[in-house]
Design a protein around this ligand. Structure first.
Ligand code: KIV
Ligand code: ZN
Length: 555
């Protein structure tokens, strides 16, 4: 590409190797989650949320388990001020939840922020100023010492006002644009702020390390986080928090590697809503943990409702392939995938497996409120017999013999191919009904009865071209006797007859499904299905279905 020489790396590696995080394999426990949906997320919406929408979203965040929620930047916007006041005045902050407010390190903004917090039972006051080389040089035109002074003065003012108010608010400091800051300087400015606040294990301070703009691969961030964890003073009194944005699409990876590197807390949003390409997606992070057997301590058991609420209040759309939440993320259209899933599900059932190992599905969709039919096995012209048969079995209870699955698979694919569209389960069933079930047109079954002595004698009344007649045949079994009656009296030829049956529903009102395949002169099997409350009738109906279908082929 042209202009590539314009770009160069814009991040800072730690001055010493920091690769201990590579020795860890996965995140072993849930971090402290802080939702920034109502501040950072809201700030990025085309139409920011109204007060009512924010209240609804806040209640939902509490419901799914967030204990820390950044509710806004009250000094920067009237709606955010009013929102915080409403939460306080309506007593809407549960006892185990702490709200967080953001403030720049500027006196009038800090003062206004504390005004908004009047009467708040608990809060985290989040102070920030920009520390990166680019911001220092181009935006603030200040030296490192001057930037540290801004942070320290802000930290002192937080402490002063908070103690004047007699509040017990907690503090957070973010060196904004941390990843574009020299690591030694990031360390120094955070330690300078910590020296003001003097945290204790009983009253910890949060040091938040934002990836304000993502400039590097996630392993670079992990090294930076590890460096900070190793070089922050008061470490046992500091909660190290991460706040990655997603410019390179690595927001989630930044968090995961950052947690391996020693961080304790994550700031992010549902589905990664946030400025530009968004913030780290907490849904993905939490369910990634869940998929490895770690309880994320957030509840996404009803993903469809989570998506619906999120879309309603933010006006954003959850992308179809968004991990876990997207409509298509568990869907398998292709035959081989469907077959593997269907077999995996059967295996699970037969072996009574404790652990989830079904191919192609990273978690059990049911654990987050998704359905197998409709969400997983989806039918189009790419689909195969395994998935189509699985769907018919799961939704309608028909367990087709393996060879018939193939035949039915072709019939369904054909329709989807011709109509050039995905087929819904009802449409798949309709093809099955129309093609195979109780087909009784050309040669219709009117009645039958049997007499048994040395063998079974069948007398069958059929109607052909509007005329009824009785035909008779003998056999070792009932179906055999009916089959012989047809062959001997109606001049219909076939060789082998295969037969299977099963109950369709459990209990006294159950119906039976019977499947008959007859092999024609060309060696091809024609299938028919019969359903009736009486198993013999179901089998005779299945035979007539197969014969009628074979006759149809002659037209
Ligand atoms: O992305 C960012 O750097 C921020 C800070 C205010 C924490 O949102
Ligand atoms: Zn941010």
């Amino acid at each position: 590409m042209r202009n590539v020489e314009k770009y160069t790396t814009q991040y800072f590696m730690p001055p010493v190797p920091c690769y201990d995080w590579t020795k860890k394999e996965y995140v072993e426990k849930a971090p402290i989650w802080c939702s920034v949906d109502l501040r950072d997320g809201n700030q990025a919406l085309i139409v920011p949320m109204s007060l009512e929408e924010k209240l609804e979203f806040f209640k939902f965040l509490v419901e799914i388990g967030f204990k820390e929620i950044e509710v806004g930047f009250p000094a920067a916007s009237e709606t955010e001020y009013e929102f915080l006041r409403t939460l306080i005045e309506r007593d809407m902050i549960p006892e185990d939840v702490t709200v967080q407010v953001l403030t720049q390190a500027r006196e009038h903004i800090i003062r206004r922020t504390f005004e908004a917090l009047e009467g708040c039972p608990r809060a985290i006051v989040h102070l920030y100023n920009s520390t990166s080389v680019a911001q220092r040089e181009q935006v603030f035109r200040k030296s490192k010492e001057e930037i540290i002074r801004i942070a320290v003065d802000g930290a002192k003012l937080l402490q002063k006002i908070s103690s004047e108010m007699g509040s017990d608010f907690r503090f957070e400091y973010s060196p904004e644009s941390f990843t574009g800051t020299e690591m030694e300087f990031a360390r120094d400015i955070c330690n300078a702020v910590l020296d003001v606040w003097k945290p204790t294990p009983e009253k910890k301070v949060i040091i938040n390390l934002p990836v304000t703009v993502e400039h590097s691969m996630p392993h670079v961030y992990a090294c930076q986080v590890e460096y900070m964890c190793k070089h922050l003073d008061y470490r046992d009194s500091v909660v190290v928090s991460l706040h990655p944005h997603n410019d390179r699409g690595c927001g989630v990876a930044d968090c995961e590697l950052g947690l391996l590197a020693g961080a304790d807390r994550i700031e992010g949003t549902l589905f990664g809503n946030g400025e530009r390409t968004g913030n780290a997606d907490i849904v993905t992070l939490a369910l990634n943990m869940f998929s490895q057997g770690v309880d994320p301590k957030l509840n996404f058991e009803d993903m469809p409702s989570t998506v619906a609420l999120y879309e309603k209040v933010t006006g954003m759309h959850v992308y179809d392939r968004q991990p876990y939440g997207g409509k298509l993320v568990f869907a398998a259209f292709s035959g081989s995938h469907q077959d593997a899933i269907a077999k995996g599900m059967k295996w699970r059932e037969e072996k009574e497996c404790d652990h989830w190992t079904v191919p192609y599905l990273c978690i059990d969709p049911k654990d987050i409120g998704r359905e197998y039919e409709g969400d997983v096995i989806r039918i189009n012209s790419q689909s195969g017999k395994g998935g189509i048969g699985y769907l018919l079995e799961q939704k309608y209870g028909f367990v087709l013999p393996p060879k018939m699955r193939e035949d039915f698979g072709y019939a369904v694919k054909n329709v989807s191919d011709h109509q050039h569209k995905e087929l819904q389960p009802e449409e798949v069933y309709e093809i099955f009904r129309r093609e195979y079930l109780n087909i009784n047109d050309k040669i219709s079954l009117v009645d039958f009865h049997f007499v048994r002595n040395d063998c079974i004698h069948a007398a069958v009344t059929v109607k052909i071209g509007g005329v009824e007649k009785e035909i008779k045949g003998d056999g070792n079994g009932r179906l055999d006797a009916v089959s012989n009656a047809i062959k001997e009296n109606l001049g219909i030829q076939y060789q082998d007859l295969t037969y299977t049956e099963h109950a369709l529903e459990q209990g006294s009102k159950s119906r039976a499904a019977a499947y008959v395949g007859i092999t024609g002169k060309d060696g091809r099997i024609t299938w028919g299905v019969g359903v009736d409350s009486d198993i013999i009738t179901a089998s005779v109906k299945a035979l007539f279905s197969a014969i009628n279908r074979q006759e149809r082929k002659k037209d």
